[in-house]
Design a protein around this ligand. Structure first.
Ligand SMILES: [Zn+2]
Length: 382
């Protein structure tokens, strides 16, 4: 974290133009007698921090170049928060024991040897598949993450079903068959508990004075609860996503803009948004693993249009049922939206598929040199 902040400082001062400049800066930091522990840190761990600093800088440039409206994500200094520190190692600085039950950190900090707990069996992977090792501090202890270079592919039989999902506040999602899935009760219970703990923390906070032990205890309780809730949320997201992907050949959902979602002030809304983002990430991951098409469709008029005849039926947020005056189709508001999402999803996928294969055909025939780029974009005539 220190290294990262130093790198960003260098960049803001206009002294760093490339990733290499940051690497060099790392080297000088480690030779500086003012920061003895910078030398103790494994050189690759230092480099990894510099890399992450550079990644955030180039992300900022990329956002500016593409002229994305709103915040561009100017690189920030990381705050020194006790539960968010992490150290990353590449191939050196640590050593796994023969039985892979222990890890020994061999860099200057002399952290020593630790027993590895957990359910994953590291024997399953080759040592050279472990690309990075990250040590993370969480509210209830230290964790080691292994980044493994391994592609997971699973076989499944086609189910001949497709599904569209609509997110809402009332249900976690409503699908195009009219089925709904709610947030589990334990999650809602935990979220209420979280609010109570948060209140206790703010009650014990004293402005401008050293904080009491009771405050620190309450803070630790809140941090542990946060951790538990985020694990429950992840568990729910993973299980639901796996279920959806395994029982469908195509999953369509709205491509909601994360930026607008997180900015929302209402607590209930922001919690449901956060779970949804997590769920979507897992749907996309499992989609790759199981070879299931996942389509994010633009969220325009999906709740307004009639999924039966396609005509626009304007309704306010409080209207719960979709009643079409043109064709007489009646359905739950969210179900109608989910059916629209599926419809758009199917169209999108069909279109990209034909276009790509056509282009490949042209390549094989060697017809490319004769075609100008502008012409190639046009849809081929049948
Ligand atoms: Zn209609």
């Amino acid at each position: 974290m220190f290294v990262r902040n130093a790198c960003i400082r260098l960049w803001i001062d206009g002294k760093a133009k490339s990733r290499n400049d940051l690497y060099k800066h790392c080297k000088t930091l480690s030779d500086n007698p003012e920061f003895p522990w910078a030398k103790k840190l494994n050189s690759q761990a230092r480099q990894a921090s510099a890399e992450r600093a550079w990644a955030s800088i180039s992300r900022f440039f990329e956002n500016c170049k593409r002229q994305i409206p709103g915040k561009k994500g100017f690189p920030k200094f990381k705050k020194n928060r006790p539960n968010h520190g992490s150290v990353e190692y590449k191939q050196s600085g640590y050593k796994l024991s023969e039985d892979r039950k222990f890890i020994n950190f061999t860099d200057g900090f002399k952290a020593g040897c630790f027993r590895l707990w957990g359910t994953r069996d590291l024997h399953y992977y080759q040592l050279n598949q472990i690309k990075r090792v990250r040590v993370i501090r969480r509210a209830d202890g230290y964790y080691v993450q292994f980044l493994i270079d391994h592609q997971r592919i699973e076989k499944r039989e086609p189910t001949n079903t497709t599904i569209g999902l609509d997110v809402g506040l009332n249900h976690f999602y409503t699908d195009s068959n009219g089925e709904t899935v709610d947030n589990p009760r334990y999650l809602r219970k935990s979220e209420r508990k979280l609010k109570r703990l948060q209140k206790q923390v703010s009650k014990k906070f004293k402005k401008g004075q050293p904080q009491s032990n009771n405050y620190k205890k309450a803070l630790a309780r809140l941090a542990r609860k946060h951790l538990q809730v985020s694990r429950q949320r992840k568990d729910f997201a993973v299980k639901t996503a796996l279920c959806v992907v395994q029982s469908n050949d195509l999953v369509a959902y709205e491509d909601l803009k994360v930026k607008n979602m997180v900015r929302n002030q209402r607590l209930a809304k922001s919690i449901s948004d956060a779970s949804w983002i997590l769920f979507r990430e897992w749907v996309e991951y499992f989609g790759k693993v199981y070879g299931v098409a996942t389509v994010a469709v633009p969220p325009h008029n999906t709740s307004q249009n009639c999924s039966n005849c396609g005509k626009k039926v304007v309704k306010s947020l409080s209207t719960k049922t979709h009643k079409c005056p043109h064709c007489g189709y009646v359905a739950d508001r969210d179900e109608n939206a989910a059916r629209n999402i599926l419809e758009i999803g199917l169209r999108t996928v069909g279109h990209t598929g034909t276009y790509a294969s056509r282009e490949n055909d042209l390549c094989l025939e060697g017809a490319i040199p004769a075609i100008k780029p502008t012409q190639r974009k046009r849809k081929p005539k049948e």
